[in-house]
Design a protein around this ligand. Structure first.
Ligand code: B12
Ligand code: SF4
Length: 488
């Protein structure tokens, strides 16, 4: 059996980092971990080929080679997935679909032969057994959650690592909280399920031995969902593993209560974590209460962000407008918060209702749902009838985006962040591409760009005030270029 695993194309979005990746000559941020994991669960004797359409073309030859196509994807990849499915159908390929988008909706994909939904570790074995018997059904689903200690090591050799800016692993799934707009607990549960530390080290060894000595993103819903396990097991194991491996740096997603735990922050930094993405959502208490984000209420979140930065972790933040309790003042409050906190990479979303969330259920009852959402809450659209005037909301959203990514404010935020950031020694791993990226940034941002003066001011400031953070200043300037282009 020849299995062709296909990952559809992402549109140009905040997270695509398309314009920034060109500076380091990479094609995508990270590879499709779901498909690499699925590949590891297919029978050993099958031939496997993976085409990530974000980094390579899906050719007619690939399709002719295959006996069966396995397609994954998020809602945001819907258009590309539909094109791929149509091409597979044209050549008579059997199509198997799984992953977050297909788990949420199947109706838009009538040509798919088999939906193997939820966590593949649970549904794929039954599908494969039925396929072998010639009795494969159309839908395989489960309400169970897998013990991810049984999840296999992804088949890294199926990708060309050089095409990606970062590798991606997953230490845990699930989140103890229950925000109204979020589909994580519906899909992955409230209990944080961690892999064994030995299992994680084996995955990291696999990557390192294949020659990956760069950034690794851990795609956890909330990495700090089980602090005891982190302190007693995983972080000590990572600290030990990372000795002598300076190039490897980790980034992940956490909740704001990381700021309450100095020991945890210290251990994460020691283990090689440099960046955390935090769901801040909004500085408005009433809107936080509305969406059930109780862990962000009654606290000084600017002070929290500062503490995390001072501990040595860059904070990236997710922000949302469009809650029922938002007022016309909310937009300026968001801008002020982002500027003051020095969160350089701030993802601003318009609230969208994702099927399966509590928000989706509530708004359907209230008759406030419009057409299906785009799946990208940072594209300025929403599928909700807001309580605020819709035009005012859209204009407010645009104002936030245009203000925080305007060169003057963006460069100012970089300085605010770098003034506080505690940079560990020997953290920065520079390869030839990074050095070339610096020269490319001089050309694009320092010569061609209308706002070149701001760029040069930042470089001079960094060279004298934060010389060790100079490469990071350049990287963040390049990110700003991406955000201006993609939100432009
Ligand atoms: C890491 C991550 C990212 C990373 C990297 C993504 C990448 N390159 O794949 C980054 C930060 C870039 C990212 C961005 C976004 N993400 Co994201 N992300 C995740 C996260 C936390 C982990 C994904 C992962 O790698 N999991 C590990 C692998 C092993 O799991 P998996 O992919 O789900 O695969 C398993 C099953 O789904 C199944 N499976 C998967 N594919 C297939 C295929 C077949 C054929 C079969 C049989 C089974 C199967 O088996 C696998 C093993 O169990 C998930 C949440 C989560 N816990 O899954 C959200 C998640 C996937 N992201 C989500 C979203 C919305 C986004 C963004 C749109 C956010 C935004 N507003 O910009 C962007 C879109 C990306 C872009 N380029 O624009 C949603 C998707 C919901 C949906 N219906 O589409 C999720 C589920 C989070 C949520 N809110 O619920 N994301
Ligand atoms: S803390 Fe984050 S992952 Fe957890 S439920 Fe809330 S938004 Fe979702």
């Amino acid at each position: 059996m020849n299995a062709l695993l296909i990952y559809p194309e992402f549109p140009d979005t905040f997270w695509s980092f398309k314009y920034a990746l060109r500076f380091i000559r990479k094609r995508a941020f990270s590879p499709p971990l779901g498909l690499l994991t699925v590949a590891a669960m297919l029978p050993k004797k099958w031939e496997k080929r993976l085409v990530d359409v974000n980094v390579a073309k899906l050719t007619d030859k690939d399709l002719a080679w295959a006996d069966v196509a396995f397609i994954s994807g998020m809602t945001i990849q819907r258009d590309s997935a539909q094109e791929i499915i149509a091409r597979c159908k044209d050549v008579g390929l059997r199509i198997v679909a799984g992953g977050p988008m297909f788990t949420i909706e199947q109706e838009p994909f009538p040509e798919v032969d088999h939906f193997v939904l939820n966590e593949g570790e649970l549904t794929l074995p039954e599908f494969l057994a039925d396929l072998a018997e010639g009795t494969a059904k159309r839908i395989y689903t489960t309400k169970e959650l897998v013990d991810i200690r049984k999840s296999p090591v992804p088949l890294w050799h199926l990708i060309d690592m050089r095409q990606y800016a970062s590798m991606i692993v997953q230490f845990s799934r699930g989140c103890p909280f229950n925000c109204e707009f979020c589909s994580v607990t519906e899909l992955f549960g409230h209990r944080t399920r961690f892999k064994e530390s030995d299992q994680i080290i084996a995955e990291l060894d696999g990557l390192y031995e294949l020659g990956w000595h760069g950034p690794v993103f851990s795609g956890d819903d909330n990495f700090i969902g089980n602090k005891r396990y982190l302190k007693d097991e995983l972080l000590p194991a990572l600290i030990e593993w990372r000795k002598g491996k300076e190039g490897v740096q980790f980034a992940t997603e956490v909740s704001i209560n990381l700021a309450d735990d100095d020991q945890l922050m210290r251990m994460m930094v020691q283990a090689g974590f440099t960046t955390v993405f935090v769901g801040i959502e909004t500085p408005d208490e009433a809107s936080l209460a509305e969406c059930g984000k109780s862990l962000n209420t009654d606290r000084d979140m600017i002070a929290d962000v500062k503490r995390i930065q001072q501990a040595g972790l860059q904070v990236q933040g997710g922000f949302i407008v469009g809650f029922d309790h938002d007022t016309p003042e909310t937009f300026q409050r968001q801008i002020d918060f982002i500027q003051e906190s020095g969160i350089v990479t701030a993802m601003i979303g318009l609230l969208q209702a994702i099927p399966g969330t509590r928000l989706f259920g509530r708004l359907r009852m209230e008759g406030r749902l419009l057409e299906e959402g785009s799946g990208d809450n940072a594209d300025g659209t929403t599928n909700i009838v807001p309580s605020m005037d819709a035009e005012m909301l859209r204009a407010g959203y645009r104002r936030i985006v245009q203000t925080i990514y305007a060169p003057a404010t963006h460069y100012e935020r970089i300085k605010t962040f770098l003034s506080r950031y505690k940079l560990e020694r020997n953290r920065t791993h520079l390869d030839v591409q990074h050095i070339l990226a610096f020269f490319r940034s001089i050309y694009h941002l320092g010569i061609l760009d209308r706002n070149r003066i701001q760029y040069w001011k930042l470089l001079v400031w960094a060279a004298f005030r934060r010389p060790k953070a100079f490469p990071l200043a350049v990287t963040l300037a390049i990110y700003g270029y991406h955000f201006r282009k993609s939100f432009g």
